[in-house]
Design a protein around this ligand. Structure first.
Ligand code: NDP
Ligand code: BG6
Length: 513
């Protein structure tokens, strides 16, 4: 019955009402926006970037004069690019009648230019085409580097060599991975900064664009009931859980050079942890938020091998179907020891979190797909209702669960009297299931982040000192794993992962959620 209660507008909804007011304009109030997807022939561009750009167009979030260019080495005509992306576009926001028209109108704004990533001449040709579309208006240019990181710097050099108009801006979105460790990340940052100012670099972590991750600060700082409990005094442990029920399918070549710790923990899970654990920022300004994130990351202990368990999935036959092991992937070396699973216990050495284990668990080819934050609270002191729970008091502690995906939800496990004449308690959920509460579909993370980059909103992008602090936590561990060639514990495809993870949690008196 409460389904359609008003709620604040999302940035996308806000932008669709206000228009893209932040774009610099000329004396006639005119400006243009050019978005170049570098690596347009690739998986991410097809799966996420073009559909997100279409969703922004569909919602009226792109300005009147915009152009989208795909750029990659593959030979393709404009028509071929349009054909390639048209199959991925859907009017998923709602089923308005003019979807086909919208798709056609969007595709008319999409073009392709084939070129090398290290050729200034090829980028000059792109620049000439962009200028034609910009038609002499103030040119604002966004480059999305959807390419392997070893060519980021070449592209930054070439893209920055063909300048946009003086009044407009040039911004570059950089996809992860931002290096493999502290040294390579610093080198990448140094390389990019030869050609771009820090303000032009938008390091994307798409988890920061997920609805429930954005909501984390709202939950903490706008509800009186949570923030007073948000410390070692009341919280026993916090868990950041990521699992996928499929393997590295198709991405084994990339994955083998990185592994799950670099692919998920050092970025997606650590970013959620930083927002979860940071001190209240002075304001919602990007720099104030990022200052707090850096502070909390720098208060974290570097991770020890004793606090980590790694695993790798092996093949498994279930119901007559054989599920492949990680090393069955043709792009993965047969003797690979790259972890596809890791569990870790992390600590923040500051006054708020002293001694509280922050546990992370991330794995591919597990028994389900989910991303959650679980906050387990301490026991109620002198619990009057001890007897009603028998000996397992752990079962009686409160737990707050923030389910990032799928089926976005926030729920709080509480103890409740079972209705009736006796005094029996059970565990029930105070449950906010997004699908029941909000009727609209949740925008994809890439939509929010692309819109933010267009608007120059940097709150959800990673600053270089944040990145340094994040790598500092994981680099010694990653080096030790590699120099000692630590073998991962094998686990069957589709299982709950290595048993070692349970021992790690037990060491800190934690039960995985
Ligand atoms: P791809 O491997 O599909 O590469 C994108 C494009 O880059 C390719 O189509 C190819 O285009 C070009 N390319 C690939 N390898 C090389 C190479 N060795 N040298 C030069 N050019 C190359 O990557 P994705 O699309 O999967 O990912 C793009 C970026 O986004 C990567 O940094 C990836 O780590 C990151 N990412 C990807 C995610 C995903 O789900 N796919 C998720 C999160 C991040 P052409 O040959 O036509 O030039
Ligand atoms: C990417 C990782 O960053 O995130 C992938 O490289 C992973 O390995 C993906 O599958 C998960 O993203 P999402 O949004 O599907 O949970």
């Amino acid at each position: 019955a409460t389904k359609h209660i008003e709620h604040p507008l999302s940035p996308i909804e806000q932008a669709s009402i206000e228009g893209i007011s932040q774009l610099p304009t000329d004396a006639n109030g005119e400006s243009s926006l050019s978005i170049t997807v570098v690596g347009a022939s690739g998986d991410l561009a097809k799966k996420k970037i073009f559909p997100a750009l279409f969703a922004l167009f569909y919602e009226g979030c792109l300005p009147k004069h915009f152009t989208i260019f795909g750029y990659a080495r593959s030979k393709m005509t404009d028509e071929e690019l349009r054909k390639m992306i048209s199959g991925t576009l859907t009017c998923r926001i709602d089923q308005r009648e003019n979807c086909e028209d919208k798709i056609d109108n969007f595709l008319k704004k999409c073009f392709y230019h084939a070129g090398q990533y290290n050729s200034e001449a090829d980028f000059k040709q792109l620049d000439a085409k962009l200028k034609t579309h910009e038609g002499g208006r103030v040119a604002n240019r966004l480059f999305y580097l959807s390419i392997p990181p070893n060519i980021f710097i070449d592209v930054a050099r070439c893209a920055s060599s063909s300048a946009s108009s003086e009044q407009g801006w040039t911004r570059v979105i950089v996809e992860k991975p931002f290096g493999r460790d502290s040294a390579s990340s610093a080198e990448l940052t140094k390389g990019l900064k030869q050609f771009l100012a820090e303000e032009q670099i938008y390091r994307i972590d798409h988890y920061l664009g997920k609805e429930l991750v954005e909501n984390l600060s709202v939950l903490r700082f706008s509800n009186l009931v949570f923030e007073p409990l948000w410390s070692r005094q009341y919280i026993r442990n916090v868990q950041f859980l990521f699992s996928e029920d499929f393997g590295t399918e198709g991405r084994g070549g990339y994955f083998d050079g990185y592994g799950i710790i670099r692919d998920i923990m050092q970025n997606h899970l650590l970013q959620m942890l930083a927002i979860f654990a940071m001190e209240p920022p002075v304001s919602l300004d990007a720099e104030d938020i990022r200052n707090e994130k850096v502070k909390v990351l720098r208060s974290m202990r570097t991770l020890n091998l004793e606090d980590v368990v790694i695993g790798q999935y092996k093949s498994h036959v279930r119901g007559g179907v054989r599920y492949p092991g990680y090393t069955d992937d043709k792009t993965v070396p047969p003797n690979s020891i790259t972890p596809t699973f890791a569990a870790a216990a992390l600590f923040i050495d500051n006054a708020r979190w002293d001694g509280v284990p922050f546990l992370m668990k991330a794995g591919k080819a597990l028994n389900n797909r989910r991303t959650e934050i679980r906050v387990q609270f301490r026991h109620v002191p002198g619990n009057l209702y001890k007897r009603s729970f028998g000996t397992d008091l752990d079962q009686a502690t409160n737990e707050l669960v923030i389910r990032v995906q799928p089926d976005e939800a926030i729920y709080l496990k509480i103890n409740n009297k079972i209705p009736g004449l006796g005094m029996r308690l059970d565990r029930s959920n105070l449950n906010l299931l997004y699908a029941d509460r909000y009727s609209r579909e949740i925008p994809d993370a890439y939509e929010r982040l692309l819109l933010d980059a267009i608007e120059g909103e940097r709150r959800l992008f990673i600053r270089s000192d944040e990145l340094d602090a994040a790598w500092a936590i994981f680099t010694p561990l990653l080096q030790e794993l590699e120099t000692r060639r630590v073998s991962p514990e094998l686990y069957p495809y589709g299982s709950r992962g290595p048993v070692g993870a349970h021992y790690l949690a037990a060491k800190y008196n934690v039960r995985w959620g």
